[in-house]
Design a protein around this ligand. Sequence first.
Ligand code: HMG
Ligand code: MG
Length: 286
Amino acid sequence: MSEFVTIFEMGPRDGLQNEKVFVPTAHKIELVDRLSTCGFRKIEVTSFVSPKWVPQMADAQDVMDGIYRHPAVVYSVLTPNVKGYTAARKASADEVAIFGSASEGFSKKNINCSVAESIERFKPLLEKAHHDEMPVRGYVSCVTDCPFDGPTPPEKVGEVAGALFELGCYEISLGDTIGAGRPETIGKMLDAVLDRVPADKLAGHYHDTKARALQNISVSLEKGLRTFDSAIGGLGGCPYAPGAKGNVATEAVVDLMESNGFETGIRRDLLTEVAEYAQNLRSTDT
Ligand code: HMG
Ligand code: MG
């Protein structure tokens, strides 16, 4: 039997969060519902963040209320703090994700605090989540390069990933936020992280700005990672990372896995149509 790779679909959240023109709530719901038929086990639906910071995600509650909940799918949301966590619980999210950074510049721009402060701020959220038996995923952004601080030292990524893991995140997703990573820098970063967190508790979250995400996934597979984040149609970007383009396209990741003999459980034949629907949600000026 072939080995399983989990593909965590990011399109509705990471894919749409950067769109300048508000995507109607009904279209977001339709995107999630279409994705739910494709065999994904995990879909990141939206973010319970400040609507002043990310206006595109201001309808998080309505999106969560409107989607069809496929019993085989875990519906996850981003939560930066207890306020977001409380809203996510109210919306019956299956899982939440906190998001930190390995670089100070991005941490400040994205969540308005230093890396050390962010870890302190996550603690009360994690305490509540553990009490509620809510799984928490942890992101570390800028794992090879930061748009503000330049190259990120691999040890720093190891430190932040290790801290989030020790605090109880069940999985650490490693974000190449601006898609500047190369197989060599991703490999060195993973070596540093693997000293602190085992491969089966790590995920690769690679943006495809420089069209190197698939190579970076291949290196990560060699290092033992078996979970990858991707966005249908390659949607996306980060509002607080200038130059960040979309996540690697889900279709391309599924093709890569199939050609390497991995099983994903995803219906490849359904993805093309959903990718087209997702692409049509984009405004032309982003
Ligand atoms: P702050 O201004 O320091 O927060 O922002 P605050 O606690 O001082 O609150 C300011 C206002 O925001 C208050 O409202 C709060 O109530 C409200 P006001 O009194 O002014 O009317 N507020 C909230 N509202 C709704 N939901 C909440 C919430 N929290 C506070 N949860 C904060 C700090 C973290 C809130 C802000 O910086 C923020 O929301 N940032 C989110 C940025 C974001 O979503 N970025 C994109 C996602 S990360 C990403 O894309 C990277 C990733 O894909 C991995 C990778 O690629 O590397 C994950
Ligand atoms: Mg991202």
